[in-house]
Design a protein. Sequence first.
Length: 354
Amino acid sequence: MKISKTTNSKIHSTDFSNLPFGRVFSDHMLICKYKNGSWGESEILPYGPIDMMPGTQVLHYAQSVFEGMKAFKNSDDEVLIFRKEENFKRINKSAERLYIPQIPEDIFMEGLDNLIALDSDWCKKNEEHSLYIRPFIFASGECIKASASDEYTFMIITSPTTRYYPSDINVLVEQHYTRAAKGGVGYTKASGNYASSFYPTKLANARGFTQVIWTDSVEHKYIEESGTMNIWIRINDTLLTPELSDSILGGFTRDSLITLARENGIKVEERKISIEEVLEAYNNGILKEVFGTGTAVTVAPINSITVGDKKIEIESQINSYASRLKKILQGIQNGSIEDIYGWTSKVNTVVSSQ
Ligand code: COI
């Protein structure tokens, strides 16, 4: 792997106390290209513009997938990446569905470790701080025929981050637009899934909502996700989360929370949850918590849900399941709680340099 270090680091001019999500990028990026049926040599170079012709396929047909992952610093200043094997598997699962070639494990893992080792100073130890990692693959061939590309580019960029949502989360149940349909690509991190969510989200934002709750595309009766998060409902002492399907993204924060909840004696059910069931639980006084999970947000309590013209407010609970589970999860992520699950991996130092 070729590594060219920046001679003009931005780290000292970066205000780490003011990091709007996704707007600040670390010094380096990884790039690897696929041509003539195989992946070439990876390169790490200073973060900067990439060449692209107007006929580049991704610009026309959105043949592109991405991942969201996070690294944390432990008290010994070591960097821990959370569940990287899962992200590696999922980017290839997404790639398969988008007819993008599989990225080999050594290119993904060595690129990731070297990049994070090089920019480890961008990963801060402060509470709620982490380094958000964005691997992505896009169709980089130059052709506007509506067909899969024969050239692709794999990249990793990173962005220091703190909280995703700075304030309360008030959501609207979306009963017209759809995020994902049966047989579609909702279970993947296809870039287009997010593009098509922006318009309904903006309509909801204009009405004062933070996000929407996506419902199933057939009846708009069952809840699926909220914004970019998996969603959780606590009824009495049971945590419910929608069962995975081809229209729901299988988040690793979701998966981790299921394990942590069960290990901590909390009953978890993965199943269909109707809006009606949530409203009924509210009316019966047994709707205790609603929250979302995702790499970017970790665990985020939802303060209100609006269905049509009915708004239900969810009172915050002392010692809520959301806050208890978030604390344990964050402890594992930053190394202050022993990781008995093998979820975290220490970043190896840079293996080669040029
Ligand atoms: C993540 O939580 O990793 C996401 O995918 C959210 C991202 C779209 C900002």
